[in-house]
Design a protein around this ligand. Structure first.
Ligand code: SF4
Length: 217
């Protein structure tokens, strides 16, 4: 049984997953606090939580509220995300399992909560795989199809919809094969911008682009 998070990390970089598996996997308090903002949307929209936003959000409270109102208009299931059927649920499918930050009902859909920054549009590829894994597992558990998942970026007041398409499903299956195939340290990525923001760059020993440019290489 594979973990959603392993599929996500392997999509970022198989070698990163290798390191993640050997690291302390406890979640820092600040990450938990940022994720908690995804359960405060109503209070935030009503003008509250300024202290939390000032401490945890990526933008000042007025800009955050404006972004959240934009999200309310654009997200097809924002009402369900405000009051999910369940939160922090272990979802177990045929091939993988993991925690969904929220589970919506009628129709069922998982939502995953990222403490990080969203891309300009859509979701990052590792998050696409993460969302599809959760959707497939929820579908298996409920014995029904799940066509859509969500990724929330509460530090930014942003929610992105992930449709479970054939292309995304193929990426999910590739990630499964990658995770199943890891039996030692996978090769380093070459010339990848991902290494610049990888928390294991020092351990990995990869030269980041920044270091290269500093050295004039
Ligand atoms: S530094 Fe680059 S190659 Fe090394 S684990 Fe991170 S992303 Fe992968």
């Amino acid at each position: 049984m594979l973990a959603f998070s392993d599929l996500r990390e392997a999509t970022y970089c198989p070698r990163k997953l290798y390191y993640v598996r050997r690291a302390d996997r406890s979640v820092p308090d600040e990450v938990e606090a940022v994720r908690e903002l995804a359960h405060r949307y109503d209070a935030i929209l009503a003008g509250g939580c300024d202290e939390e936003l000032a401490e945890l959000a990526a933008v000042p409270p007025p800009a955050y509220r404006e972004q959240l109102r934009h999200t309310v208009e654009r997200c097809p299931r924002f009402d369900a995300l405000r009051e999910p059927a369940a939160r922090d649920v272990l979802v177990t499918g045929r091939d993988c399992r993991g925690i969904a930050g929220k589970v919506l009902a009628d129709p069922p859909a998982p939502s995953l909560v990222s403490p990080g920054r969203p891309p300009e549009n859509g979701v990052w590829e590792p998050h696409s795989v993460w969302a599809v894994a959760a959707a497939k597992a929820l579908a298996w558990e409920n014995g029904t199809s799940v066509e859509r998942a969500f990724v929330e970026y509460p530090a930014y007041g942003t929610v992105r919809t992930v449709e479970v398409t054939a292309r995304r499903t193929a990426a999910y299956r590739r990630a499964m094969r990658t995770v199943e195939g890891i039996d030692g340290p996978p090769p380093r990525l070459r010339n990848s911008a991902k290494c610049e923001s990888c928390e294991f760059a020092d351990t990995c020993g990869v030269k980041t682009r920044t270091l290269r440019s500093l050295l004039g290489l």
